[in-house]
Design a protein around this ligand. Structure first.
Ligand SMILES: NC(=O)c1ccc[n+]([C@@H]2O[C@H](COP(=O)([O-])OP(=O)(O)OC[C@H]3O[C@@H](n4cnc5c(N)ncnc54)[C@H](O)[C@@H]3O)[C@@H](O)[C@H]2O)c1
Length: 379
């Protein structure tokens, strides 16, 4: 399969390596608006540099193009690639608004190409097992969830011109960082219903938030809290789902392995009857039980670009549908949109209300003037 990359910065290396690791792709071109960047990545991975995406599309004739540019350019590049009849793999966040998402989706309908999105944490073996077991009800009914992206980015992280702005980066940790765990949470729990959120800018030199918090209800009756921060020195990414059958948890940072997942079955009736009777007395050690989570373990696949791009190449070559499509990531963009809308309007947002006439449909800041956003995100 002929693959290409547009945007030869940091993450483009992970794409080139992941494609190479499949042994079934040829990297036919790399383009970047800074030609020396394209040259550096092309020479490292044995490919051809292009200064211009149109020239790459015409001369190299790729089947699939990875878009690894800053988020503000994703939609326009996706439209260009689809117009050439080629498939696109968009880095996260796929686009900056629901309006952009729907414009790309419309172009996809009339193109020979398709649009896929990088959310690698759907593709590690732990995530695949969790999605499968939860969707079949094998782990019990989800009740309560916690989704945490507690990361640290210093002020210097925002030095590049595109960072820290609505136009270039598109949003803060809600859109750019927490979106990984948010996408996985929604992938595991299904459709969300309502969001109540707060966002604040406590320190970093950005137009948007550096911390956001949300409480969320889901169609299946579960509730969750979500926090996204760039001010947290001991970094972690965590999802915990309490079901009627036990507690499923993944605790990692930028990627998990099977060892980062645990499942703690709910106590049996005898143990449960003793809980809370002697406050302050630790719960006695329960015997190890063989549970359905442990029994489902297989080959350990870490949640990285190799996991997703390997599966994508496999799916495309064998004609199988690949599940991380543009449309399958719409609930995630809706969630991010609602979080900003709720934080800026101080009202709950219902997913069903995010129609094209909603003020936050065209842009994640809802067209609110910057001084008002600054005021709203100040304590
Ligand atoms: N999936 C992940 O874990 C992960 C991790 C890091 C970054 N990302 C995403 O990858 C994307 C790129 O991030 P990065 O850290 O590699 O950025 P970067 O700044 O290191 O690289 C971006 C590159 O794109 C080029 N560029 C900018 N606009 C362009 C355009 N219109 N056409 C062609 N080239 C253009 C720049 O010159 C630069 O070389 C972002 O969307 C980011 O969110 C994803």
């Amino acid at each position: 399969m002929k693959v290409a990359i547009v945007g030869a910065g940091g993450i483009s290396h992970r794409h080139a390596e992941a494609y190479a690791s499949t042994g079934r792709t040829e990297l036919v071109g790399v383009s970047d608006i800074v030609f020396s960047q394209a040259e550096a990545v092309a020479s490292k991975f044995g490919s051809t540099p292009y200064a211009d995406l149109s020239e790459l599309l015409a001369k190299a004739d790729p089947d699939l193009v990875s878009v690894t540019t800053p988020p503000g350019s994703h939609a326009a590049l996706a439209l260009q690639i689809l117009a050439a009849g080629k498939s696109v793999l968009l880095e996260k966040p796929p686009v900056l608004s629901l309006a952009e998402m729907d414009a790309v989706a419309e172009a996809e309908r009339s193109s020979a190409g398709s649009v896929y999105v990088v959310f690698q944490h759907r593709h590690g073996s732990g995530g695949v097992r969790a999605a499968d077991l939860l969707s079949r009800g094998v782990l019990g009914e989800p009740r309560v969830a916690v989704c945490e992206t507690l990361w640290f980015r210093p002020r210097s992280y925002f030095d590049p011109e595109w960072r820290g702005t609505w136009v270039g980066e598109g949003g803060g940790p809600t859109l750019g960082h927490g979106i990984h765990q948010i996408d996985l949470l929604l992938h595991l729990l299904g459709p969300w219903q309502t969001i109540n959120a707060t966002a604040v800018r406590l320190d970093r030199p950005v137009e948007f938030e550096d911390v956001s918090m949300a409480s969320v209800t889901f169609e299946n009756g579960a509730v969750a809290t979500v926090i996204n921060s760039l001010l947290s020195p001991r970094e972690l990414s965590r999802i915990r789902i309490d079901t009627t059958g036990g507690t499923l948890e993944v605790n990692h940072l930028y990627g998990y392995s099977d060892a980062d997942w645990t499942f703690t079955p709910a106590p049996d009736a005898t143990v449960a009857a003793t809980l809370g009777l002697n406050p302050g007395v630790p719960r006695t050690e329960e015997p190890l039980v063989s549970d359905v989570w442990t029994a489902s373990a297989g080959h350990d696949i870490p949640s990285n670009h190799e996991a997703q791009l390997g599966r994508l190449v496999d799916d495309l070559l064998t004609g199988r549908p690949h599940d991380t499509t543009l449309s399958s990531t719409r609930p995630t963009m809706e969630f991010v949109t609602a979080l900003y809308a709720s934080a800026l309007t101080t009202t709950p947002i219902h997913r069903k209300d995010l129609t094209p006439t909603h003020p936050f449909y065209p842009t994640l800041n809802g067209g609110v003037p910057q001084p008002k956003i600054t005021e709203a995100f100040s304590l």
